[in-house]
Design a protein around this ligand. Structure first.
Ligand SMILES: [Zn+2]
Length: 410
């Protein structure tokens, strides 16, 4: 008996030695392990605004750019460098007047963006390919190309015409973010006052139609009341394509703990946004704020300005960034959110949606070429390969498949 006890003690101490070894990896070992995992797993970013850049300039996505010299946060060479396999390009339409004319204009602009995305990918068929299903992404990744999905940010271009949802689906949209920063005919936004107190009657029909088609309902940007209304009626899991945890950064754009739990019950997933102000409250900088305010006043009608004027506005914006540099949140700050979400909602309910070219970017994950730094931090904190696989795309693809399956059962 005594020898058995001694044997057990010996084994236990051996186990302790081994586990303390693994938690004390050197930086070099961490880098190597992270690079290996990053290469192996499917990596998906569920929210990217580079199409907005494609629309307003002759931005050549096949060339490598410098993000600190107005080069944008994503192009195909840097996407490869950063080991990002799949991305959801946003057809983003800012909220405008909710009138027949406004709706028509939004619709036209949205259709032009769909065309632009398809044209861009077609012109670079050696580097990228359009994806419409989870299987597409895994196949395209194996072929060594980038998989391009489409998500629509803001349901505004649906107007009051439910049949537009099918049209956008046919053009490749696999999720719709119900609102942007202002209320629309579908629902209340997280950054506007109460109007419908959640989803409108029309909004309920929008959710039902998206469920029927197999499109993911995206609850980033919507108000808390809209979130709860959506969860009451959706017949499939939902996503937050780019949001953070409110417990760590108090902002109405972020998701509170009760919502995180409800999202987990729904089977959905929250994709971590890496927009610095949603990750960590920015330090106040009165001079910078003043300069930014003056710039906003000077270029109030940005949307209506000529290309040349818009370019000037962007240059002045860049000059302010350089004169009053804002200290950005770090990957470590962002992984604090992942730790929190895992604790509250579980490892099966978190992913990544950068918002690159829509304001996204951290000090040490400034553009798509630096996405491997996220994996390094996850390895450093002891996340396993299987857990990292879930975070980088496994969870999102599970939800995507469930949404498709629920549509087939209706
Ligand atoms: Zn957004």
């Amino acid at each position: 008996m005594k020898s058995v006890v001694n044997f057990v003690i010996a084994m236990l101490s051996l186990a302790i030695v081994f586990s303390s070894c693994s938690s004390k990896m050197t930086e070099e070992q961490i880098r190597k392990k992270a690079a290996d995992i990053h290469e192996k797993v499917l990596t998906v970013d569920t929210h990217n605004d580079t199409p907005s850049m494609l629309m307003r300039s002759d931005y050549n996505i096949a060339e490598k750019h410098d993000p600190r010299k107005g080069g944008g946060k994503l192009d195909f060479p840097r996407m490869k460098e950063g080991g990002l396999d799949a991305v959801f390009f946003a057809v983003f339409i800012g909220q405008g007047p909710r009138t027949p004319e406004g709706n028509t204009k939004a619709m036209k602009r949205a259709l032009a963006m769909y065309d632009k995305i398809h044209e861009t990918v077609k012109n670079n068929s050696d580097l990228a390919e359009m994806a419409y299903t989870p299987d597409d992404a895994y196949r395209i990744e194996k072929e060594g190309k980038r998989a391009i999905f489409i998500g629509m940010e803001n349901g505004y271009p649906i107007g009051n015409d439910l049949s537009m949802i099918q049209k956008y689906y046919n053009l490749g949209a696999r999720y719709i973010t119900l609102s942007h920063t202002k209320n629309n005919d579908i629902c209340d936004s997280s950054m506007d006052s109460t109007e419908h107190n959640g989803l409108s009657k029309f909004g309920e029909k929008v959710v039902a139609e998206m469920n029927r088609l197999g499109m993911m309902v995206d609850i980033s940007h919507v108000s808390d009341s809209t979130f709860y209304d959506v969860l009451k009626i959706t017949r499939a899991p939902v996503i937050a394509s780019h949001s953070c945890a409110r417990a760590l950064c108090d902002n109405t754009r972020n998701i509170n703990d009760d919502m995180l739990k409800k999202l987990a019950e729904n089977g959905g997933v929250i994709q971590m946004c890496i927009l610095s102000a949603y990750v960590k409250k920015p330090e106040s900088n009165p001079e910078r704020d003043k300069a930014t305010k003056q710039l906003r006043e000077k270029f109030q009608n940005y949307e209506k300005m000529s290309g040349e004027e818009q370019k000037k506005a962007r240059q002045e914006w860049q000059a302010i960034q350089e004169k009053y540099p804002q200290s950005l949140a770090t990957v470590s700050d962002m992984v604090d959110h992942i730790d929190h979400i895992v604790k509250v909602a579980g490892i099966d309910h978190v992913g990544i949606g950068t918002d690159f070219d829509g304001g996204g970017g951290l000090k040490d994950c400034y553009d798509v070429s630096e996405m491997g730094n996220i994996t390094q931090e996850l390895v450093r904190r002891g996340y396993t390969e299987e857990q990292i696989r879930k975070i980088w795309g496994g969870n999102l693809m599970r939800v995507f498949r469930q949404v498709e399956k629920a549509a087939g059962e209706m």
